[in-house]
Write a protein that binds this ligand. Sequence first.
Ligand code: ATP
Ligand code: MG
Ligand code: FE
Length: 341
Amino acid sequence: PLVVGFETSCDETGVGVVRGRTLLADALATSVAEHERFGGVVPEIASRAHLEAMVPTVHRALAEAGVAASDVDAVAVTAGPGLTGALLVGLAAAKAYALALDVPLYGVNHLAAHVAVDELQHGRLAEPSLALLVSGGHSSLLLVPDLSREVTSLGRTVDDAAGEAFDKVARVLGLPFPGGPPIDRAAREGDPSAIAFPRGLTGPRDAPYDFSFSGLKTAVARWVEARQRAGEPVPVADVAASFQEAVADVLTAKAVRACRDHGVDHLVLGGGVAANSRLRALAEERCAAAGIVLRVPRPGLCTDNGAMVAALGSRLAEAGVEPSAPDLGADSSLPIDVVTP
Ligand code: ATP
Ligand code: MG
Ligand code: FE
């Protein structure tokens, strides 16, 4: 089916077009620059920006895909989790679109969509797969027996999300927001073993699949402050590389362990932090050693976009899943196990 997907859960206005598992267009507008001076996404600013960007972004997506609105078979939209006001803009647009074209509407879970997007690049997901979902607001290990119907959480962060830790550490280091990309770049010049930062929740009695990044973030901040107090220069590249190594180490170790414990030999990465070059390299190395088939979408598909929503919508339509009711609402804390509300 030809599916248009709408994504507005955070600061990206995304409209994607897919036919089956073929990506036809992925139009994106972002309000990231407007949030930079606040050091985080401001919900009211994001909502207004979505409103302004929505119509031009839809037009751009259809033009890029080379399709007419009348060709569209179904509409998909992120129903949650995310910022309520931001979600509502995408929902209003998607509902209006589905109604006007008289096609089914699929509300989708943003987190499941982060996993589904990989099918646009690497084809049908093996099921069951394990998914490591790491983004600005979430860090979870998911068991995915059927991405259209059944996703279960094995573990999650007990405090900060991995992306949040990148953003906070970047701030401490004086790097711009969002912090993932500049830390990734700075780390290339640094030594990942320069500083031994803590690996949270990796003790023998700790929950095997849960994550904790707040202790790591604090450890980095303390280390940097101590340097500054002593009047010594902060080795930004070494701190970035050592911090990034600690995150990648824990994430990949736990993902591989979860695969082994559950007898699953396919792992897929998703979410903005999956764009991280060290996480990708270490996951590749450890999966190869453990005999696990690893799939990682290209960086542009890892961060928020409309194509991921269209990808999940297309899958739901193909699987014969019941479309959403016309009164579909936004759910800012939609649980991960609800693929389509
Ligand atoms: P969620 O999906 O939880 O609602 P989100 O929608 O804000 O969160 P995504 O676009 O999926 O987020 O991810 C954004 C996060 O990814 C930010 O925290 C950003 O710093 C991080 N990120 C992006 N690129 C990289 C990178 N190369 N290395 C590490 N982190 C990165
Ligand atoms: Mg974003
Ligand atoms: Fe996201």
